[in-house]
Ligand binder design. Structure first.
Ligand code: SF4
Length: 406
């Protein structure tokens, strides 16, 4: 399937053709985003008899899981409508919210359809959560996925390949198919198409942000986390075609902003909508980063496991959770600001998120070198009041429109 978003036939007759309309597609995506109990995953398991393995943000090699017939299921904590009853008891008050909601979902049975959980190395909170999970759910496969911070193939590459082989063995021991090169190559090809579609949607939003509201794109990206790659690809492709064919959306006098810092715990959907209503076009962001963690396609020729390893080493984005030599931090943000023609940067990070907040001063310094205006605020995934943020973002957008000379 091509990653081209150009419309084929307009999807206006959904009842007759079975094709989604923009409204039904976004409604379906939001339903999947809101489904704590992972009904789509339960249905997939009932249909296929396969294993489903969850993963925390930011990056796991989904291709490897898919090649072994395992459904990778992206977990991004709770939202503003999950009542935390027991999860708070596991964490001090100065820890972010995502581990509390993840524990809550585990304890209330929402995740009992998962055969295991992967905890990629993001920060100490996730590392500790992996230990708790091991104790709380002894029957599940629990792996702390240590990612290399040395990017030399003979050091970090060797280590990462060993980690992936160990993961593949663990999955096979649980009943997954053994990892075969051809299956891995096919999975890589499928995810290449999927990632290319996400890149194309991000490019379209940069060019015509009024066509692709972030609050809509966001739920489509979240829905993709619980679908097999083929279904996710179909949803992304349909969404791209439908927004291109949509003629009712006209440009408005909004400020173009890049949103930075929301790569792990996610803001509630209401906050994203609030930013848009406050006069911001979000033209680039850090949301649901697994879709864009690798910048380009993974090559298909040669040893596919080596290609997966090299993609992580050579093609990963400048995530705050990845070691970047002094003096380079913030360069990628400057570049993204230029590419997206952002008129301002919103530093929008979860409260108590060390990786985001420790990087922020360096990122601020970087955007100030380009005289890009910025503002900062924090959130929690269960924030319910947005009035203050609405006023702050609205004032920021107004200031850009009035004084940036745009
Ligand atoms: S939100 Fe930040 S501190 Fe919390 S688990 Fe994620 S990366 Fe770690």
């Amino acid at each position: 399937m091509s990653a081209d978003l150009a419309p084929r036939e307009p999807h206006s007759e959904s009842a007759e053709s079975g094709a989604p309309t923009l409204t039904t597609l976004v409604a379906r995506a939001e339903e999947l985003y809101r489904d704590y109990r992972l009904e789509a995953v339960r249905q997939w398991k009932a249909r296929t008899g396969g294993l489903a393995v969850g993963y925390l943000p930011i990056y796991v090699p989904r291709e490897l899981l898919a090649a072994q017939g395992v459904l990778p299921v992206g977990l991004m904590g709770g939202r503003d409508d999950l009542e935390i009853i027991k999860g708070d008891a596991y964490y001090q008050s100065y820890i972010c919210h995502i581990p509390r909601s993840t524990i809550e979902l585990g304890l209330n049975g929402s995740l009992d359809c998962l055969d295991g959980l992967l905890f990629p190395a993001i920060c100490d909170v996730i590392r500790n959560l992996s230990g708790m999970w091991r104790m709380l759910f002894p029957g599940q496969l629990v792996r702390y996925l240590d990612v290399p911070q040395n990017f030399a193939p003979e050091i970090g590459g060797r280590f990462w390949r060993h980690e992936l082989e160990a993961l593949a063995s663990d999955l096979a021991a649980r009943g997954a198919r053994p990892l075969e090169p051809e299956a891995l190559r096919a999975a890589i090809a499928a995810y290449n198409v999927n990632r290319a579609l996400v890149r194309a949607l991000y490019a379209l939003r940069r060019e015509q942000p009024w066509k692709v509201p972030t609050s809509e794109l966001y739920v489509v990206l979240r829905a993709s986390l619980v679908l097999p790659v083929e279904e996710s690809t179909a949803m992304l492709a349909d969404y791209g075609r439908l927004v291109l064919a949509e003629e009712g959306r006209r440009p408005m006098d909004q400020a173009r902003v890049l949103l930075s810092g929301s790569f792990c715990e996610q803001p509630p959907l209401g906050l994203i909508k609030t930013l848009e209503r406050a006069g911001c076009y979000i033209v680039d962001d850090d949301f649901v980063q697994i879709h864009r963690y690798l910048r380009g396609d993974i090559p298909l020729a040669g040893d596919p496991l080596d290609n997966l390893v090299r993609a992580f080493l050579d093609d990963g984005i400048a995530s705050p959770t990845r070691y970047i030599a002094d003096g380079v931090k913030g360069e990628e943000l400057r570049q993204r600001s230029r590419e997206s023609a952002a008129e301002g940067v919103l530093f929008c990070a979860p409260s108590f998120c060390d990786p985001a907040l420790l990087d922020q001063p360096m990122l601020v310094e970087a955007v100030e070198r380009d005289a890009i205006p910025w503002t900062a605020f924090k959130y929690s995934e269960n924030s319910g009041q947005f009035q203050v943020i609405r006023e702050q973002a609205g004032t920021f957008a107004d200031a850009i429109k009035l004084w940036s000379g745009a």
